[in-house]
Design a protein around this ligand. Structure first.
Ligand code: SME
Length: 165
């Protein structure tokens, strides 16, 4: 049994240090990408307060052969399955290879509402050898929930797992 019990009062830096340590330990010796993404989604859900969705979209071929984002393991409500590169917050993160920290999703052009409760969003690309292979997506029901500390923490997490998903 894995029992990670983050203290509710943890400061973000310590919260993300513990999250990264737990994710590193759980994925280090496991070659299965789905298992690793599933456990990392569950860890983000446990460690990061005030979320309504936490998970992955992976770069994968579309039916026409070009790349797009395809839903991966997550915690939350059922979500859009395929997102074209450049569309929505996830598509922007994937096509630019840059973290998107969105304080108000309704003000983001092309935002895709998978859960009407979402008010703010953080999407971090997972890079492998300079290419985006996936994005980590966090949604919150609170406006402006995410800060630079959250972006820094999730970018560290993405770097730790990039060869394991
Ligand atoms: N809101 C995202 C879509 C994914 S869901 O939030 C799970 C976007 O605009 O790309």
């Amino acid at each position: 049994m894995y029992d990670f019990a983050p203290d509710a009062a943890l400061e973000p830096v310590e919260r993300y240090r513990q999250l990264c340590e737990a994710a590193d330990a759980l994925t280090a010796d496991e070659p299965d990408a789905v298992a690793n993404m599933a456990n990392v989604a569950a860890l983000m859900w446990e460690f990061i307060p005030d979320l309504n969705w936490a998970g992955f979209y992976r770069i994968a071929p579309s039916k026409l052969g070009s790349d797009e984002l395809v839903l991966g393991p997550f915690v939350g409500r059922p979500a859009c399955i395929r997102i074209p590169l450049g569309t929505g917050v996830c598509g922007a993160a994937a096509s630019h290879g840059q973290t998107q920290l969105v304080e108000d999703v309704h003000a983001f052009p092309g935002h895709i509402a998978c859960d009407a409760a979402s008010r703010s969003e953080l999407v971090v690309p997972v890079m492998r050898q300079s290419s985006v292979v996936a994005v980590i997506d966090l949604d919150s029901p609170s406006p402006a929930r995410f800060t630079q500390a959250d972006a820094d923490g999730i970018e560290r997490l993405a770097a730790i797992i990039s060869d394991r998903i």
